[in-house]
Design a protein around this ligand. Structure first.
Ligand SMILES: CC(C)(COP(=O)(O)OP(=O)(O)OC[C@H]1O[C@@H](n2cnc3c(N)ncnc32)[C@H](O)[C@@H]1OP(=O)(O)O)[C@@H](O)C(=O)NCCC(=O)NCCS
Length: 95
């Protein structure tokens, strides 16, 4: 129902293999596929809970920004965070 907007629904790296670039590689591979399909915007949802602090840092580190926050979405004090990344024209030209 969108023009070129895709949802990164879930991503996980084996707990024993985290912090070694696996997540970054998976997202880069996904973005290459999306660019080849005229994708222009990626959306991902996560939680504001402290347990997801590493996940938020991960998305920020790989070029995603916090686009929106629905306060108290999951439960009082636990917000829904929406991160996005725009697949730039220059990035699209690379693929
Ligand atoms: C989120 C997840 C997929 C990241 O995968 P990963 O392979 O560990 O991540 P990478 O090694 O590619 O990390 C890429 C960058 O993210 C940042 N980052 C990753 N884990 C981090 C952590 N625990 N704390 C701070 N920054 C972190 C770093 O800047 C890292 O770059 P650098 O190593 O060059 O400094 C992994 O932690 C995971 O499976 N978590 C549990 C499942 C989950 O929360 N999925 C998302 C649901 S919304």
């Amino acid at each position: 129902m969108t023009q070129g907007c895709f949802d990164l629904y879930w991503i996980a790296a084996d707990a024993a293999a985290r912090g070694q670039g696996t997540g970054r590689s998976l997202v880069a591979a996904m973005e290459r596929v999306l660019v080849s399909r005229a994708g222009r915007l990626v959306r991902v949802e996560t939680s504001s809970q402290e347990a997801y602090g590493a996940t938020r840092k991960f998305y920020l580190a790989i070029g995603y920004i916090e686009e929106a926050r629905l306060r108290d979405f999951y439960k009082p004090g636990d917000d829904l965070l929406i991160f996005t990344r725009r697949l730039e024209q220059s990035q699209q030209a690379e693929h």
